[in-house]
Design a protein around this ligand. Structure first.
Ligand SMILES: *Cc1c(COP(=O)(O)O)cnc(C)c1O
Length: 370
């Protein structure tokens, strides 16, 4: 039996809920979407929540709603899933990458202000692996320089930093629900914001630019089909109703790992900032000391039927990004060092203690060989 990298936590409750929607005759644009949006807004504490068919779609709509366009500069992290950069490349804006902190793996916020030019329009920090950024500080910088802030919280639903929930204070934020995320809708995402105008534009653009009156086939601008179906929405409603238990369970799995790997030579366990009141664990990522070949470790784990993956491959070194902007190795040394030494281990809500034991025993044995 292989131990997978991740696994969704789907119960009979989700299955029943989806079947019920299938029998209801309303498969899209219906009550489940509204219910999902309402419970999400209430969970995060924002005025609006707008369901969309992926996290990437949500980020793209926020970029559109904030008027980010050709030539505008966006300050963001090269250590992320590609989507947090793609979302503004769609609008021909330019990435201004900022290197990361080697403990939290989030943008080194001390370096942000130096990157601001008269073309900067947006700060786009990412809550990497569930660890929330210091959003209050980003909002202060943005206010001082008249910028907008999008928080990519796709990996961090439910995390809290300095008493604030992720996604609750930015101009707009997005959560994502791909099956490896803390809660899933199979595919899906949600935009949260307190800004009426941003919410209105996002709602219109997700459904072909339809006017707010919802008059059938009346369109005010070019839009998209980024809608979230009723099947996906009801999955979201059910998963969100169980989120406290899910996050608690993931915290437990992370602490099992921490206890077993804390004192192992050559391995560093995740480091959580002391201002994080609540950590919503997305993945469990360790880094290896120099001299331990991460790719070889991954191969050896695989031979023992344990899946693992490098998280992340730096965005500035992706072939098309290099070609478009001329980035090269050495441009963001911390990002590259972490990118070369980080490995995500199997991690999911229902991971058993004995599975964590197996992974840790095998990993310790492998690392001792270097
Ligand atoms: C998951 C994720 C997204 C959104 O991904 P989708 O597959 O489009 O839902 C965006 N940013 C980050 C950092 C993510 O991890």
């Amino acid at each position: 039996m292989r131990i997978p990298l991740s696994k969704p936590d789907i119960t009979q409750e989700e299955i029943n809920a989806v079947v019920e929607v299938l029998q209801s005759n309303i498969l899209s644009i219906g009550p489940k979407l509204l219910e999902f949006e309402k419970s999400m807004a209430s969970y995060v504490g924002t005025k609006h929540a707008i369901g969309v068919n992926s996290g990437t779609s949500g980020l793209h709509l926020l970029i559109k709603a904030m008027g980010i366009s050709s030539g505008d500069e966006v300050i963001t992290t090269p250590f992320s899933f590609i989507s947090s950069t793609n979302c503004f490349l769609y609008e021909s804006a330019k990435p201004v990458f900022t290197d990361i902190d080697d403990k939290t793996f989030n943008i080194n916020i001390d370096m942000v202000e130096d990157k601001i030019t008269d073309k900067t329009k947006l700060l786009l920090p990412v809550d990497v692996f569930g660890q929330p950024v210091n959003i209050k500080e980003y909002m202060n910088i943005a206010k001082k320089h008249n910028l907008k802030v999008i928080e990519d919280s796709c990996e961090a639903i439910g995390s809290e930093y300095d008493e604030a929930k992720t996604g609750s204070l930015a101009d707009g934020a997005v959560f994502a629900f791909y099956p490896n995320k803390q809660i899933t809708t199979a595919e899906g995402g949600i935009i949260v914001t307190n800004d009426d105008k941003i919410a209105k534009v996002c709602r219109s653009l997700r459904s072909q630019g339809r006017a707010e009156t919802g008059r059938w086939l009346h369109h005010e601008q070019i839009g998209y089909n980024y809608r979230l179906s009723e099947l996906h929405s009801v999955l979201g409603v059910t998963q969100l109703s169980r989120i406290e238990k899910i996050l608690e369970r993931r915290e437990k799995v992370a602490s099992l790992y921490n206890n077993r790997l804390r004192n192992v030579d050559g391995i560093s366990i995740p480091w959580i900032d002391c201002k994080v009141n609540k950590m919503s664990w997305f993945v469990y990522v360790v880094t290896f000391d120099e001299g331990i070949d991460r790719n070889k470790v991954m191969e050896m784990l695989s031979e023992k039927n344990i899946d693992s993956k490098p998280y992340f491959t730096p965005i500035h070194l992706q072939p098309y990004i290099r070609k478009m902007f001329g980035f090269k190795e050495g441009d963001f040394p911390v990002t590259e060092r972490i990118g070369n030494s980080a490995l995500a281990l199997p991690f999911y809500t229902n991971m058993e203690e004995c599975e964590v034991d197996t992974v840790c025993d095998v990993l310790k044995d492998i690392v001792s060989k270097f």
